[in-house]
Ligand binder design. Structure first.
Ligand code: SF4
Ligand code: SF4
Length: 138
């Protein structure tokens, strides 16, 4: 079997540009764990969190957005206001399985994300853990 292109690791350090929080067609899917953590962080009940900040899209629970497409938790100049409790989808970006499926896919997402190729080194093992949702990117 062919070696994954990231066998020798990858570099990534978020530049806090906010671009991935402001994708008009972007959707942040929530797990039950995401909901619990964010609700606790905001010191509100799970039900209040669901009512104020989320809606259903087909079978999925997703974060609301402002009318311009920005994530409901994104603030200009501050970035994510629930950063320490951000959902798994956000904590694992850009090490998503679909971005790791090929070098081309990784290079394509690097055109959108200025943190790719910079700063912190992620080993192969660490990348696998993040992609599996068992760890997070920083
Ligand atoms: S993950 Fe990438 S696109 Fe998102 S804020 Fe960080 S540098 Fe910007
Ligand atoms: S929850 Fe935070 S990190 Fe995730 S998209 Fe919204 S603002 Fe960005």
């Amino acid at each position: 079997m062919e070696e994954p292109f990231y066998r020798n690791g990858l570099r990534f350090s978020c530049q806090r540009c906010g671009r991935c929080c402001r994708i008009p067609e972007g959707v942040v899917y929530l797990t039950e764990n995401d909901v619990q953590i964010a609700a606790e962080h905001l010191k509100i009940s799970r039900d209040e969190f669901l009512r104020r900040y989320t809606h259903r899209e087909h079978k999925h629970r997703v974060l609301n957005e402002f009318s311009n497409g920005d994530c409901i938790f994104f603030r200009e100049g501050r970035g994510c206001i629930i950063y320490d409790a951000r959902p798994e989808q956000c904590r694992t970006f850009p090490f998503w399985k679909q971005n790791l499926r090929s070098k081309e896919a990784w290079e394509s997402v690097s055109e959108e994300c200025s943190g790719i190729g910079k700063g912190e080194f992620y080993s192969f093992e660490r990348i696998l853990k993040i992609a599996a949702g068992e760890s997070e990117a920083t």
